[in-house]
Each structure stands twice: as C-alpha cells, then as structure tokens.
Ligand binder design. Structure first.
Ligand code: ATP
Length: 317
C-alpha cells in the first residue's frame, strides 16, 4: 500500500490571469497562492466576493487553466498526472448545472460510468439514500427543488469515492434545515476520512465546521491557520451586563474603559485578555448604584477576525 500524502491539496505560487475581453480588461484573480491543505481536515476557504476562491477551486477541478504555479491533489501533480489527480477529487460546483433530462439514478450512473467505476462497485442507491433522494430516483431532475438538486450534486461528486471533496458555496440558497443535514453529512464523511474543502460566505458555518481556515482577499491568502489560532488573533473579550433598571449613561468608573450602552440597553465592556478583571468591572458597576439583572461574556467570532484581516489588506492595497 502506498503511504498517504500529508496534504490533500497543495498549491505553490498559483496564479491566474483571465485575459482581457472586449469590454473588460485582463484580471489577475490569483496572485501566487501558496496553500497546503492537510489530509483529514475540514478546510474553509473564506473571502469576499471576487476574492478568487472559485478560481482556486476550479483550477483543481480542471475547469480553469492556471497561468503559473503548481498544484497537486492527493500528492499527484495536476499537470504531470492529471487523471490520477482528478480521480482523487470530487467537486460540488456553485451553479446548479446538470442535465435535466436524466433522473437522479441515471445521473449518478452516468457519472460513475464517466469515472470508470465498475458496476459492482457503484454506490448509486446508497448515495441517493444518504442524500435523502431515494424516493426521487426516477423523477426528472427538472422536477426537483433547488435543495434536492444541490444534494444530487453532492452525490454526483462522490460517485468515485474521492478522498477529497470540495464544495463551492454549497449552502447558498439552501434552507436552514437542509443546510444542517448537509453539514451533518459532510461531518460524517470527514469522520470517515474524507478531506473536505469548502468555500463559504457563512462565517458562522466555517466557525462551526472547519478546523483549518484560509482567508483569501484580492487573489492572495491573507491568513491560513487553525480556527482556534485565528480566533486568538483577536485577543479580546466583551463583558455584557444587563442592568436591572435602564442606564441613562455609561456608569462612572467605566470612563476610561471601552464601554458602550447597546441598543438593547445592555452595557458592553470590551477588554484585552489578561489586562482587566471581570470582578473589578462588576464592583465598579455596583459602586455606581446600578444593579445587575444578567451577565455574560462574548468571545470575538470569526466575523471579527475576517473583517479585521480583509480590512487591513484592503487598506494596504
Ligand atoms: N471567466 C472569467 N473571466 C474573467 N474574469 C473572471 C472570470 N471568472 C472570474 N473572474 C474574475 O476573477 C476574480 C475572482 O473571481 P472568483 O469567482 O474566483 O472569486 P470568488 O472569490 O469565488 O467570488 P464569488 O464568491 O463571488 O464566486 C473576480 O474579479 C472575477 O470577476
């Protein structure tokens, strides 16, 4: 047995410039991206619209030709061993593009045939079942709802049992219930050993699901770390005090602190970790004569980090 690669996907100096067209100038969508996605991770690729996420993914999917750099999937170079590289990856595209004249069953069988999966090894019914489409096996694809089509696309990307599954904005336009189901399935696939790479605008979801995160902005990777490290970058917390009676102003004693009264009437005090004591804030609050109805702390979330990083990068541009 050959040993497993350390990285599921690798990019080195990956560049893409889309050539100029009649009405638009040339566009450098990727400016030399270095990224190594560890095997076994759930890796999130985050970035604002137009950052270059789809371009990155589409180079690995074989849909976009890179301008320069090197790419490898499961240790196989995409230029030197394109077939082996593609066999190791399943891509769920952003657009719901599929042939509407086939049934879900036929769609998966055709795809399996395309990948040369022998009949005895096909997982068509298993995949339909897992994606909640078993009762639609013979329906026409055009009769499926958007959410069902999305699930069929995921099933389609899995027919050849690839060790790497890439999902490009998979939950855009998918309702909350279905999104949950999809994430549960993605998490189960990951537990079974599949490396997951996903692009998403839903920061909350990346925060919940991903263990590694790269933030892409203007065709460059501005951060690539474990989620926990990324969150630690913003080394502050907020203490939120809900007063028993409405406050007319920030209580005395908090003048030098970063304290504000929120729209809902709560007092929010932001402090740097290790530099302030919550106990002292509570004492100060009581000393002002106010009473506490409730109390909680808030940690910075991925959205804060994301904004901070893309804001800095925008500033520097
Ligand atoms: N086929 C193309 N021809 C010319 N320019 C393109 C093409 N595809 C993408 N671009 C441009 O390249 C840049 C990166 O686009 P890309 O779709 O990779 O970004 P993205 O981060 O995936 O954004 P989104 O989430 O909106 O899809 C954008 O400025 C986009 O307009």
């Amino acid at each position: 047995m050959t040993s497993l690669p350390e990285f599921a996907l690798e990019a080195e100096g990956l560049e893409k410039t889309y050539p100029a067209r009649k009405n638009s100038p040339a566009k450098q969508a990727l400016k030399g991206v270095d990224l190594a996605i560890p095997r076994g991770s759930i890796f999130g690729l985050l970035g604002p619209n137009g950052a270059g996420k789809s371009t990155f993914i589409n180079i690995f999917a074989g849909l976009v030709t890179k301008t320069a750099g090197r790419g490898a999937i499961w240790g196989r170079d995409i230029d030197r061993h394109p077939r082996e590289a593609r066999a190791a990856i399943g891509v769920v595209p952003q657009e719901l593009n599929m042939d509407v004249f086939f049934t879900p069953f036929e769609t998966l069988e055709l795809m399996a045939g395309f990948y040369g999966v022998p009949k005895a090894e096909r997982r068509t019914m298993e995949l339909l079942d897992i994606m909640g489409l078993a009762d639609k096996r013979d329906a026409y694809v055009r009769q499926l709802s958007g959410g069902m089509k999305r699930r069929l696309l995921v099933a389609k990307a899995l027919v050849h049992s690839p060790p790497v599954l890439v999902l490009d904005e998979p939950t855009a336009g998918v309702d909350i219930e279905l999104r949950r189901q999809l994430w549960e399935y993605v998490a189960r696939l990951n537990e079974a050993g599949v490396t997951i790479v996903l692009t998403t605008h839903y920061l909350e979801e990346a925060q919940e699901l991903c263990d590694q995160i790269a933030i892409v902005n203007h065709g460059e990777v501005v951060a690539c770390e474990s989620k926990d490290q990324l969150l630690k970058r913003l080394n502050h917390k907020t203490l939120v005090i809900e007063p028993a009676e409405p406050l007319s102003a920030v209580p005395a004693g908090f003048d030098s602190e970063d304290a504000v009264i929120r729209k809902d009437g709560a007092l929010a005090i932001t402090y740097r970790l290790g530099e302030a004591s919550v106990a002292r804030f509570i004492e100060t609050f009581h000393a002002s004569g106010a009473r506490i109805a409730d109390l909680r702390t808030e940690e910075p979330d991925l959205e804060d980090v994301f904004l901070a990083l893309t804001y800095e990068a925008n500033d520097a541009a």
